[in-house]
Design a protein around this ligand. Structure first.
Ligand code: ASP
Length: 450
């Protein structure tokens, strides 16, 4: 059994939805489809999820949200008209309106429930279309199938383990195409919880793991994952094969083809993941696997991402003070802040974290506590980018760090942090945000001899 997940650009209009259905119907083992919400039809269009966020924002600020809601509905009406399945609209409309005007407990829960409707309505529509064309299909309600989520300490949606068992029943349901909405699940109290943006990738991975799929196909709008962001370097080297670990490192630092959290479920069940192009189904795509069968290049990919802050803590004789680091990290844990890296010296330690979680209020509390409780000096900077060079073939090869560092130094880029894990599959550079894309270009030129 194959699990197929289709992204928003693959479902943006009737023409794309027809392609998606043709892809599924062309292979009998494609029994589970996970759908995103319809994405952009043109460059300047708005994704349905963003339209829904606008609905939620309007309602939460006490404004009339009917204009925003009509914009959402118009997207589904347009698709239904073109597919000649207008009869699906009343049930989509009823659910959408019901969710949008429901009473709510708090802003986050309400926004999640509205945001999830993009995927939900899309799954209803696709299942209806398949049935109307004579192919047995059904919409799968994540509540009925037991896709249970909860929020972790940092507020992130995480799966409850029992969900895998619950969802495994889809394995037996092979007489229909099962159309599952991506991006969301339910709390045990039946409240909708969404993953972070792009989270339908995670749903697909969870379902693939639950049914022990032979492959998880993630259909998008590019032929391959590329060795570097094509918006930074023109026509970059395509990646035909990559390990879960390599992909995880690259997604961490900004590869957006696949959600960072989508790797773990398939990785933990050793299910290969194939990224494919809805607009060019015969292309082989990129295979994400446990073990590489071949290497096309020494370096697999280079990624760069802005949006990091550093908290540098300084205390004379820090290395002699037993428990100093534990107390320092305890402060971040108390404030619910995840830490990305901890480069350290003898009397200093730097905590690298994501700015989006490090609000001004959190920063003030943390700095105050470090100074008061640890008697240390503390300085915060907000302009760090992280650039990663990733490649399994780099292990045991001599001189890559030297080449990378001298290329960056010749380009006049100052390195603030340098880190190479003992596994040697990646190297990380911390540098000023304003140099992020430039650094990626410089490294690509050097390491891919471009
Ligand atoms: N529709 C959601 C988003 O735009 C989730 C997804 O497409 O995976 O982020």
């Amino acid at each position: 059994m194959k699990v197929t997940k289709f992204g928003g650009s693959s479902l943006a209009n009737a023409f794309q939805i027809q392609k998606v259905c043709d892809i599924v119907l062309s292979d009998d083992s494609r029994r589970i489809m996970v759908v995103s919400a319809p994405g952009k039809r043109t460059k300047d269009d708005t994704k349905v999820t963003d339209l829904l966020i606008a609905v939620a924002e309007a309602r939460l600020s006490g404004r009339d949200y009917s204009k925003e809601l009509s914009a959402v509905l118009a997207r589904y009406i347009e698709i239904a008209d073109e597919l000649n399945i207008q009869k699906v609209i009343p049930s989509i409309e009823e659910k959408l309106i019901r969710i949008c005007k429901a009473d709510f407990k708090d802003n986050v829960t309400y926004t999640d429930s509205v945001k999830a409707m993009g995927e939900d309505c899309c799954a209803q529509l696709v299942a209806y279309h398949l049935n109307a064309a004579g192919h047995p299909a059904k919409y799968c309600d994540p509540w009925e199938y037991g896709l249970f989520l909860e929020h972790d300490a940092a507020g992130k949606a995480v799966i409850l383990d029992e969900s895998y068992d619950n969802l495994s029943r889809l394995k037996e349901e092979t007489d229909t195409i099962n159309v599952f909405p991506g991006f969301y699940g339910y709390s045990k109290n039946k409240e909708i919880i969404t993953f972070s943006r792009g989270g339908s990738d995670i749903t697909g991975s969870i379902l693939a793991a639950a049914v022990d799929a032979e492959v998880y196909e993630n259909w998008t709008d590019v032929d391959n994952v590329f060795a570097v962001n094509p918006n930074i370097v023109k026509n970059p080297f395509p990646i035909t094969e990559i390990t879960y670990d390599e992909m995880r490192e690259l997604s961490y630092a900004g590869f957006t083809v696949l959600h960072e959290e989508a790797i773990y479920p398939v990785f933990s069940h050793s299910i290969p993941l194939n990224i494919k192009n809805t607009n060019n189904p015969s292309a082989k795509g990129t295979w994400i696997v446990a073990k590489r069968t071949h290497f096309d290049s020494l370096v697999t990919g280079i990624a760069g991402e802005s949006g990091f802050a550093t908290v540098t803590v300084n205390k004379y004789l820090m290395n002699h003070q037993v428990g100093f680091l534990a107390s320092l990290l305890g402060i971040f844990a108390d404030e619910g802040i995840a830490i990305d890296h901890i480069p350290s010296g003898i009397d200093t330690v730097t905590i690298v974290l994501r700015k989006k979680y490090f609000t001004k209020e959190k920063e003030d509390v943390i700095v105050r506590r470090i100074e008061a409780e640890l008697g240390a000096k503390c300085s915060v900077e907000h302009d760090l980018a992280i650039v990663m060079i990733v490649g399994q073939a780099m292990a045991n090869s001599v001189g890559i760090m030297a080449r990378a560092a001298s290329a960056l130094s010749n380009a006049g880029i100052n390195l603030r942090i340098v880190n190479q894990g003992a596994s040697e599959i990646s190297m990380m550079f911390g540098l000023s945000e304003s140099y992020c894309s430039y650094a990626v270009r410089v490294l690509y030129k050097e390491l891919f001899r471009y």
